[in-house]
Design a protein around this ligand. Structure first.
Ligand SMILES: [Zn+2]
Length: 512
């Protein structure tokens, strides 16, 4: 497979239209939840399973425990696009990719098993901002110049901070987190930028009269992985290969291919990188992975320069560092991010509470990024988002213990304008198992014995499979009910992306 095919494959492998994954194995049990199905039927399915105790998420069964209040604290939320948890020292990586972050985490609460809500940027970030699942908010990565916009009835984290008297700002890397999707809602200032400088300046000029909420997003470790000179050779293990690993080398290749004076298309930089990667050669895969590690090391310095400024402000600052999804390096036959395996869903989640730094914790319970917005709002004493499907993780900051929740991740299947959208692929965690449903394909793994998801237990664990399919069905039904109640007359609102957002999406490889 050529790298180009691989790059394209992530846009061409969405779930099959209209099929519920479990229908293939549960004839007569699965229902048709298509666009014409009555809401009454959905509600009945959801309520039946809630009553049976199968659905334990959506805010039910909250743990007891006092929240570690941080009323009036500033909040810095950092989302590093495409950052795998397992490439950081704090998560056990043996290479020194994250010396600053490891030290920072030593005074923080480290969620060892945090899962993203999706493997695509727009879905994941919108769930981070709203605490509702992608099939409820309906916002998905752009696949054309038209995208769905967040419905007005769904509130956002920035709006909640603003309404609580916070100053709000977002500095982001553009593309699938651009303002056009509705990501700017609640922010005084929501700007695309590719360095930390403007975020640092904003913090320094924010004043001390009101607390602030700052969202910072970066594509620093997104492909193509072209490190700076200082980090380029840090983790180099293979001999000389044709894969470009410096800006100068890339420029030379682009000049050869497009001419010295030509302006290459936005996709050219990625093409020049990936066309030279042969996924069948282990040394190529290793080199790509090494370059990613170099980018993580650069990220570490970037995070330090931002967080250090935030921690110097007069008010105490709560800092959260996380990611929207990971990245694949052929663990399951792919590069980039287009699946629901752990290399994509296991993300870092590190929370530094200004008053709890003397009591750092490592939380081993599995949690979800759907929980982050409720957590932050509870910690600062702001009212919760009314539509939230996650729950506050505040009790984990001072106590622990498993709560047996089922956790969900999903990818929204995008159909042409005006038609119904639904979860085209889903993953369900029910300890210690994980179910992946993509179209009619089902995979079942036991993560405590098979962390790298190699042995599919579908044919040998039918009872467990059926149990998880029932829970998945309940989630699906509950999400559709929730979606219908929230979207109402605003369903199907879409917008045409501005030209600069389209160019950024092309340069990131999301549009051709
Ligand atoms: Zn992303």
């Amino acid at each position: 497979m050529s790298s180009n095919q691989n790059v394209r494959s992530r846009q061409g492998t969405r779930g099959k239209s209209g099929r519920r994954p479990w229908r293939a194995v549960r004839q007569g049990v699965g229902r048709d939840f298509g666009p014409n199905t009555a809401a009454r039927q959905l509600r009945a399915a959801a309520l039946t399973l809630v009553a049976a105790g199968a659905l334990v998420q959506c805010g039910a069964g909250d743990k007891t425990g006092s929240a570690a209040s941080c009323a009036g604290c500033n909040v810095l939320l950092v989302s590093v696009d495409t950052l795998r948890a397992d490439r950081l020292g704090v998560y056990g990586y043996p290479r020194p990719t994250s010396p600053w972050l490891d030290q920072f985490a030593a005074d923080a609460v480290v969620f060892e098993r945090a899962s993203s809500v999706s493997y695509h940027t727009a879905e994941s970030h919108m769930s981070l901002f709203t605490s509702v699942f992608p099939s409820v908010h309906g916002v998905a990565n752009a696949s054309s110049d038209k995208v769905d916009v967040l419905p007005p009835a769904i509130g956002t984290l920035a709006e909640a901070f603003r309404d609580a008297g916070y100053r709000t700002a977002g500095f982001h890397g553009g593309g699938n987190v651009a303002a056009a999707f509705g990501f700017d809602r609640g922010f005084e200032d929501y700007q695309e930028t590719h360095t930390v400088d403007r975020a640092r300046e904003w913090i320094e000029s924010a004043g001390r009269d009101a607390p602030w909420f700052l969202f910072f997003h970066t594509h620093q470790v997104h492909d193509p992985y072209i490190p700076e000179a200082e980090t380029r050779h840090l983790f180099k293990t293979a001999a000389e290969l044709p894969i470009p690993d410096s800006p100068e080398q890339l420029e030379r290749l682009l000049a050869e291919e497009h001419g010295e004076d030509a302006t290459p298309p936005f996709t050219a930089v990625r093409d020049a990188f990936w066309r030279r990667v042969d996924p069948s050669r282990s040394e190529h895969v290793q080199r790509v992975s090494d370059l990613y590690d170099s980018k993580v090391r650069e990220l570490d310095a970037m995070l330090e320069s931002l967080v250090e400024v935030a921690l110097r402000t007069a008010r105490p600052t709560l800092v959260v560092i996380t990611s929207d999804h990971g990245e694949e390096f052929q663990e399951h036959g792919r590069f980039l991010h287009d699946a629901l395996y752990e290399e994509l869903l296991h993300v870092p989640l590190i929370l530094r509470h200004p008053e709890l730094s003397a009591a750092p914790r490592r939380v081993t319970d599995r949690v979800s990024l759907i929980d982050l917005a409720p957590t932050l709002l509870e910690l600062v004493g702001a009212p919760p988002l009314v539509a939230a499907q996650g729950r506050s993780l505040a009790p984990f900051l001072s106590s622990g213990g498993a709560d047996g929740r089922a956790l969900l991740a999903e990818k929204v299947h995008v159909q042409p304008s005006g038609e119904h959208r639904y979860a085209g692929a889903q993953a369900l965690y029910l300890e210690p198992f994980k179910l992946i449903a993509r179209g009619s394909e089902l995979e079942l793994y036991r993560l405590d014995r098979d962390a790298s998801e190699r042995v599919n237990l579908v044919s040998s664990h039918d009872q467990q499979l059926q149990r998880m399919l029932r829970v998945l069905e309940a989630h699906h039904a509950a999400n559709l009910v929730h979606r219908e109640s929230l979207r109402g007359s605003s369903a199907g609102v879409e917008t045409v992306l501005p030209a600069e957002t389209l160019r950024r999406l092309e340069s990131l490889g999301y549009l051709e």
